[in-house]
Write a protein that binds this ligand. Sequence first.
Ligand SMILES: Nc1ncnc2c1ncn2[C@@H]1O[C@H](COP(=O)(O)OP(=O)(O)OP(=O)(O)O)[C@@H](O)[C@H]1O
Ligand SMILES: [Mg+2]
Length: 310
Amino acid sequence: MIEIKNLSKDFAAIRAVNNISFSVGKGEILGFLGPNGAGKSTTMRMITGFMPPSAGTIRIGGFDIIKNSLEVRKQIGYLPENAPVYPDMKVIDYLNFCGQIRGFTKAALKRRVENTIEKCFLTTVKQQIINTLSKGYKQRVCFAQSILHDPPYLILDEPTDGLDPNQKYEVRRMIKEMSREKAVIFSTHILEEIQDVCTRTIIIAKGSIVADDTPAGLLKRSDLYGSVSLTVENADSNEITNCLNQIKGVETTTIISDENEIVRLQVYPETKDTPITDKVMAAALANNYQVKSIYMEQGRLDEVFRTITT
Ligand SMILES: Nc1ncnc2c1ncn2[C@@H]1O[C@H](COP(=O)(O)OP(=O)(O)OP(=O)(O)O)[C@@H](O)[C@H]1O
Ligand SMILES: [Mg+2]
Protein backbone atom coordinates (compact mmCIF):
# COMPACT_ATOMS: atom_id res chain seq x y z
CA MET A 1 0.00 0.00 0.00
CA ILE A 2 1.15 3.50 -0.86
CA GLU A 3 -0.14 6.10 1.61
CA ILE A 4 0.36 9.81 1.01
CA LYS A 5 -0.77 12.37 3.56
CA ASN A 6 -0.79 16.16 3.24
CA LEU A 7 2.15 16.16 0.84
CA SER A 8 3.56 19.50 -0.34
CA LYS A 9 6.64 20.65 -2.23
CA ASP A 10 7.93 24.21 -2.54
CA PHE A 11 10.64 25.37 -4.91
CA ALA A 12 11.51 28.82 -3.53
CA ALA A 13 8.31 30.80 -4.15
CA ILE A 14 6.67 28.10 -6.30
CA ARG A 15 4.33 25.63 -4.61
CA ALA A 16 4.61 22.70 -7.02
CA VAL A 17 2.57 20.26 -4.91
CA ASN A 18 -0.08 21.57 -2.56
CA ASN A 19 -1.26 19.43 0.37
CA ILE A 20 -2.31 16.26 -1.48
CA SER A 21 -3.45 13.01 0.15
CA PHE A 22 -4.33 9.66 -1.39
CA SER A 23 -3.55 5.96 -1.14
CA VAL A 24 -3.07 3.15 -3.65
CA GLY A 25 -3.56 -0.52 -2.82
CA LYS A 26 -2.38 -3.79 -4.37
CA GLY A 27 -4.19 -4.50 -7.63
CA GLU A 28 -4.85 -0.84 -8.27
CA ILE A 29 -3.54 1.12 -11.24
CA LEU A 30 -3.72 4.79 -10.47
CA GLY A 31 -3.52 7.13 -13.45
CA PHE A 32 -2.07 10.58 -12.88
CA LEU A 33 -3.48 13.20 -15.20
CA GLY A 34 -2.89 16.92 -15.30
CA PRO A 35 -1.71 19.79 -17.50
CA ASN A 36 2.01 20.48 -18.01
CA GLY A 37 3.56 21.76 -14.79
CA ALA A 38 0.70 20.43 -12.62
CA GLY A 39 3.06 18.65 -10.22
CA LYS A 40 2.81 15.02 -11.38
CA SER A 41 6.55 14.37 -11.77
CA THR A 42 7.35 16.25 -8.56
CA THR A 43 4.88 14.04 -6.65
CA MET A 44 6.41 10.90 -8.17
CA ARG A 45 9.94 12.09 -7.35
CA MET A 46 8.92 12.44 -3.71
CA ILE A 47 7.17 9.04 -3.62
CA THR A 48 10.31 7.34 -4.93
CA GLY A 49 12.61 9.11 -2.48
CA PHE A 50 14.35 11.06 -5.24
CA MET A 51 13.59 14.35 -3.48
CA PRO A 52 12.29 15.09 0.02
CA PRO A 53 8.85 16.64 0.63
CA SER A 54 8.56 20.15 2.07
CA ALA A 55 5.70 18.83 4.22
CA GLY A 56 3.63 15.69 4.65
CA THR A 57 4.30 11.96 4.89
CA ILE A 58 4.73 9.07 2.46
CA ARG A 59 4.49 5.46 3.64
CA ILE A 60 5.09 2.56 1.29
CA GLY A 61 4.51 -1.02 2.42
CA GLY A 62 4.39 0.37 5.95
CA PHE A 63 7.81 2.09 5.70
CA ASP A 64 8.33 5.84 5.87
CA ILE A 65 10.13 7.25 2.84
CA ILE A 66 12.41 9.47 4.96
CA LYS A 67 13.04 7.22 7.99
CA ASN A 68 13.36 3.95 6.00
CA SER A 69 14.35 5.25 2.61
CA LEU A 70 16.42 2.21 1.61
CA GLU A 71 13.68 -0.28 2.57
CA VAL A 72 11.20 1.69 0.49
CA ARG A 73 13.47 1.99 -2.53
CA LYS A 74 14.13 -1.77 -2.51
CA GLN A 75 10.43 -2.30 -3.10
CA ILE A 76 9.97 0.34 -5.78
CA GLY A 77 10.39 0.28 -9.52
CA TYR A 78 10.76 3.80 -10.91
CA LEU A 79 10.66 4.98 -14.47
CA PRO A 80 11.61 8.67 -14.33
CA GLU A 81 10.56 11.26 -16.92
CA ASN A 82 12.66 11.35 -20.11
CA ALA A 83 14.37 7.97 -19.51
CA PRO A 84 17.65 8.92 -17.81
CA VAL A 85 19.92 5.94 -18.62
CA TYR A 86 23.73 5.78 -18.87
CA PRO A 87 24.37 6.68 -22.51
CA ASP A 88 27.82 5.08 -22.81
CA MET A 89 26.77 1.60 -21.64
CA LYS A 90 25.52 -1.28 -23.74
CA VAL A 91 21.89 -2.24 -23.04
CA ILE A 92 22.86 -5.61 -21.57
CA ASP A 93 25.66 -4.14 -19.41
CA TYR A 94 23.34 -1.44 -18.10
CA LEU A 95 20.66 -3.97 -17.14
CA ASN A 96 23.28 -6.25 -15.56
CA PHE A 97 24.50 -3.27 -13.55
CA CYS A 98 20.94 -2.43 -12.45
CA GLY A 99 20.39 -6.07 -11.44
CA GLN A 100 23.64 -6.12 -9.46
CA ILE A 101 22.85 -3.00 -7.46
CA ARG A 102 19.48 -4.58 -6.72
CA GLY A 103 21.43 -7.45 -5.15
CA PHE A 104 21.14 -10.18 -7.79
CA THR A 105 24.16 -12.36 -8.70
CA LYS A 106 25.10 -15.30 -10.92
CA ALA A 107 22.25 -17.39 -12.36
CA ALA A 108 19.48 -15.28 -10.79
CA LEU A 109 20.96 -12.11 -12.30
CA LYS A 110 21.35 -13.74 -15.72
CA ARG A 111 17.80 -15.08 -15.66
CA ARG A 112 16.27 -11.75 -14.62
CA VAL A 113 18.17 -9.75 -17.22
CA GLU A 114 17.34 -12.21 -19.99
CA ASN A 115 13.65 -12.34 -19.05
CA THR A 116 13.40 -8.58 -18.89
CA ILE A 117 15.15 -8.11 -22.24
CA GLU A 118 12.66 -10.49 -23.80
CA LYS A 119 9.63 -8.94 -22.09
CA CYS A 120 10.61 -5.44 -23.19
CA PHE A 121 11.43 -6.44 -26.79
CA LEU A 122 15.11 -5.48 -26.49
CA THR A 123 16.69 -8.68 -27.85
CA THR A 124 17.79 -7.16 -31.15
CA VAL A 125 19.50 -4.17 -29.48
CA LYS A 126 20.94 -5.74 -26.34
CA GLN A 127 24.55 -5.37 -27.56
CA GLN A 128 24.04 -1.76 -28.70
CA ILE A 129 25.40 1.33 -26.92
CA ILE A 130 22.40 3.12 -25.34
CA ASN A 131 23.39 6.47 -26.87
CA THR A 132 22.88 5.04 -30.37
CA LEU A 133 19.31 3.85 -29.67
CA SER A 134 16.21 5.64 -30.91
CA LYS A 135 14.05 7.52 -28.37
CA GLY A 136 11.49 4.71 -28.08
CA TYR A 137 14.15 2.05 -27.48
CA LYS A 138 15.81 4.22 -24.79
CA GLN A 139 12.40 4.47 -23.13
CA ARG A 140 12.07 0.69 -23.26
CA VAL A 141 15.51 0.23 -21.65
CA CYS A 142 14.49 2.53 -18.81
CA PHE A 143 11.18 0.69 -18.43
CA ALA A 144 13.13 -2.60 -18.33
CA GLN A 145 15.25 -1.30 -15.44
CA SER A 146 12.08 -0.40 -13.50
CA ILE A 147 10.59 -3.92 -13.62
CA LEU A 148 13.82 -5.96 -13.50
CA HIS A 149 13.53 -6.75 -9.76
CA ASP A 150 9.76 -7.43 -9.94
CA PRO A 151 8.95 -4.74 -7.35
CA PRO A 152 5.57 -4.65 -5.55
CA TYR A 153 5.30 -0.89 -6.19
CA LEU A 154 5.69 0.66 -9.62
CA ILE A 155 5.95 4.40 -10.21
CA LEU A 156 6.00 5.16 -13.92
CA ASP A 157 6.31 8.73 -15.20
CA GLU A 158 4.85 8.76 -18.72
CA PRO A 159 5.85 5.15 -19.50
CA THR A 160 4.47 5.21 -23.05
CA ASP A 161 5.97 8.57 -24.04
CA GLY A 162 7.78 8.24 -27.36
CA LEU A 163 6.69 4.67 -28.03
CA ASP A 164 5.11 3.58 -31.32
CA PRO A 165 1.46 2.39 -31.18
CA ASN A 166 2.44 -1.30 -31.00
CA GLN A 167 4.81 -0.70 -28.10
CA LYS A 168 2.29 1.53 -26.33
CA TYR A 169 -0.13 -1.39 -26.56
CA GLU A 170 2.50 -3.81 -25.19
CA VAL A 171 3.46 -1.57 -22.27
CA ARG A 172 -0.20 -1.08 -21.34
CA ARG A 173 -0.77 -4.83 -21.54
CA MET A 174 2.26 -5.44 -19.31
CA ILE A 175 1.12 -2.86 -16.76
CA LYS A 176 -2.33 -4.45 -16.61
CA GLU A 177 -0.88 -7.94 -16.28
CA MET A 178 1.60 -6.96 -13.56
CA SER A 179 -0.92 -4.93 -11.58
CA ARG A 180 -2.63 -8.01 -10.11
CA GLU A 181 0.25 -8.34 -7.67
CA LYS A 182 1.32 -4.69 -7.49
CA ALA A 183 0.27 -1.14 -6.72
CA VAL A 184 0.96 1.01 -9.76
CA ILE A 185 0.99 4.78 -10.25
CA PHE A 186 1.57 6.10 -13.74
CA SER A 187 1.27 9.48 -15.38
CA THR A 188 0.19 10.13 -18.93
CA HIS A 189 -1.18 12.77 -21.27
CA ILE A 190 -2.97 10.14 -23.35
CA LEU A 191 -6.59 10.07 -22.26
CA GLU A 192 -7.43 6.77 -23.94
CA GLU A 193 -4.69 5.20 -21.79
CA ILE A 194 -6.62 6.21 -18.68
CA GLN A 195 -9.76 4.51 -19.96
CA ASP A 196 -7.86 1.44 -21.08
CA VAL A 197 -5.54 0.81 -18.15
CA CYS A 198 -6.54 2.58 -14.93
CA THR A 199 -8.75 1.39 -12.13
CA ARG A 200 -8.69 4.91 -10.70
CA THR A 201 -7.66 8.38 -11.84
CA ILE A 202 -6.36 11.42 -10.00
CA ILE A 203 -6.39 14.73 -11.85
CA ILE A 204 -3.91 17.31 -10.57
CA ALA A 205 -3.98 20.99 -11.49
CA LYS A 206 -1.62 23.62 -10.09
CA GLY A 207 -0.35 21.20 -7.45
CA SER A 208 -3.77 20.25 -6.03
CA ILE A 209 -5.99 17.20 -6.55
CA VAL A 210 -9.10 18.33 -8.44
CA ALA A 211 -10.61 14.88 -9.09
CA ASP A 212 -10.16 11.37 -7.65
CA ASP A 213 -12.49 8.94 -9.41
CA THR A 214 -12.78 5.83 -11.58
CA PRO A 215 -12.51 6.39 -15.36
CA ALA A 216 -16.23 5.55 -15.62
CA GLY A 217 -17.04 8.06 -12.88
CA LEU A 218 -15.08 10.74 -14.72
CA LEU A 219 -16.88 9.97 -17.99
CA LYS A 220 -20.23 10.40 -16.25
CA ARG A 221 -19.27 14.01 -15.48
CA SER A 222 -19.16 14.71 -19.21
CA ASP A 223 -22.02 16.92 -20.47
CA LEU A 224 -22.42 14.49 -23.35
CA TYR A 225 -22.78 11.38 -21.16
CA GLY A 226 -26.14 9.68 -21.73
CA SER A 227 -27.11 11.88 -24.67
CA VAL A 228 -28.06 10.33 -28.01
CA SER A 229 -26.25 11.10 -31.25
CA LEU A 230 -28.68 10.75 -34.11
CA THR A 231 -28.14 11.11 -37.87
CA VAL A 232 -31.15 11.11 -40.22
CA GLU A 233 -31.57 11.55 -43.98
CA ASN A 234 -34.12 13.63 -45.87
CA ALA A 235 -35.44 15.40 -42.78
CA ASP A 236 -36.27 18.95 -41.86
CA SER A 237 -34.07 19.78 -38.88
CA ASN A 238 -36.57 22.03 -37.10
CA GLU A 239 -39.40 19.56 -37.56
CA ILE A 240 -37.42 16.64 -36.17
CA THR A 241 -36.10 18.76 -33.28
CA ASN A 242 -39.68 19.62 -32.28
CA CYS A 243 -40.68 15.98 -32.58
CA LEU A 244 -37.79 14.74 -30.39
CA ASN A 245 -38.31 17.44 -27.76
CA GLN A 246 -41.84 16.11 -27.16
CA ILE A 247 -40.54 12.72 -26.02
CA LYS A 248 -41.01 12.15 -22.28
CA GLY A 249 -37.56 12.15 -20.65
CA VAL A 250 -35.92 14.35 -23.28
CA GLU A 251 -34.54 17.62 -21.95
CA THR A 252 -33.50 19.26 -25.20
CA THR A 253 -32.22 18.59 -28.72
CA THR A 254 -29.47 20.49 -30.50
CA ILE A 255 -28.72 20.48 -34.22
CA ILE A 256 -25.06 19.62 -34.78
CA SER A 257 -25.16 19.99 -38.58
CA ASP A 258 -27.68 20.16 -41.42
CA GLU A 259 -26.05 19.65 -44.82
CA ASN A 260 -27.13 17.93 -48.05
CA GLU A 261 -30.33 16.75 -46.40
CA ILE A 262 -28.38 14.92 -43.71
CA VAL A 263 -29.20 16.14 -40.22
CA ARG A 264 -27.03 15.37 -37.19
CA LEU A 265 -28.61 15.91 -33.78
CA GLN A 266 -27.71 15.57 -30.13
CA VAL A 267 -30.60 14.62 -27.88
CA TYR A 268 -30.09 15.23 -24.14
CA PRO A 269 -31.99 13.31 -21.43
CA GLU A 270 -33.62 14.94 -18.43
CA THR A 271 -31.65 12.65 -16.12
CA LYS A 272 -28.30 11.26 -17.26
CA ASP A 273 -28.89 7.76 -15.87
CA THR A 274 -32.22 7.19 -17.62
CA PRO A 275 -31.43 6.03 -21.18
CA ILE A 276 -33.53 7.56 -23.96
CA THR A 277 -32.06 5.78 -27.00
CA ASP A 278 -35.03 3.40 -27.45
CA LYS A 279 -37.55 6.23 -27.20
CA VAL A 280 -35.64 8.38 -29.70
CA MET A 281 -35.45 5.44 -32.12
CA ALA A 282 -39.16 4.67 -31.71
CA ALA A 283 -40.10 8.32 -32.36
CA ALA A 284 -37.88 8.48 -35.45
CA LEU A 285 -39.46 5.30 -36.87
CA ALA A 286 -43.01 6.41 -36.03
CA ASN A 287 -42.41 9.58 -38.05
CA ASN A 288 -40.76 7.72 -40.94
CA TYR A 289 -37.39 9.40 -40.56
CA GLN A 290 -34.55 7.56 -42.28
CA VAL A 291 -32.12 6.85 -39.46
CA LYS A 292 -28.48 6.53 -40.64
CA SER A 293 -26.96 6.09 -37.20
CA ILE A 294 -27.94 6.26 -33.56
CA TYR A 295 -25.87 5.70 -30.43
CA MET A 296 -25.67 6.73 -26.80
CA GLU A 297 -22.64 8.86 -25.90
CA GLN A 298 -20.40 7.33 -23.23
CA GLY A 299 -18.92 10.74 -22.35
CA ARG A 300 -15.61 12.22 -23.40
CA LEU A 301 -12.58 12.43 -21.12
CA ASP A 302 -11.04 15.35 -23.04
CA GLU A 303 -14.12 17.44 -22.31
CA VAL A 304 -14.09 16.44 -18.61
CA PHE A 305 -10.34 17.13 -18.38
CA ARG A 306 -10.78 20.61 -19.89
CA THR A 307 -13.68 21.47 -17.64
CA ILE A 308 -11.91 20.33 -14.48
CA THR A 309 -8.47 21.81 -15.17
CA THR A 310 -9.27 25.19 -16.71
N1 LIG B 1 13.85 21.34 -9.37
C1 LIG B 1 12.94 22.30 -9.56
N2 LIG B 1 13.21 23.60 -9.29
C2 LIG B 1 12.30 24.57 -9.45
N3 LIG B 1 11.05 24.34 -9.91
C3 LIG B 1 10.72 23.08 -10.22
C4 LIG B 1 11.64 21.99 -10.07
N4 LIG B 1 11.01 20.85 -10.45
C5 LIG B 1 9.78 21.20 -10.82
N5 LIG B 1 9.58 22.53 -10.68
C6 LIG B 1 8.33 23.26 -10.96
O1 LIG B 1 7.27 22.59 -10.30
C7 LIG B 1 6.08 22.61 -11.09
C8 LIG B 1 5.58 21.20 -11.33
O2 LIG B 1 6.46 20.54 -12.23
P1 LIG B 1 6.31 18.98 -12.61
O3 LIG B 1 7.53 18.60 -13.38
O4 LIG B 1 6.02 18.23 -11.37
O5 LIG B 1 5.03 19.01 -13.54
P2 LIG B 1 4.33 17.82 -14.36
O6 LIG B 1 2.92 17.74 -13.88
O7 LIG B 1 5.14 16.59 -14.28
O8 LIG B 1 4.33 18.42 -15.84
P3 LIG B 1 4.55 17.69 -17.29
O9 LIG B 1 3.19 17.21 -17.70
O10 LIG B 1 5.01 18.80 -18.15
O11 LIG B 1 5.55 16.60 -17.12
C9 LIG B 1 6.46 23.39 -12.37
O12 LIG B 1 6.08 24.73 -12.18
C10 LIG B 1 7.96 23.25 -12.43
O13 LIG B 1 8.56 24.33 -13.12
MG1 LIG C 1 6.14 15.47 -15.65
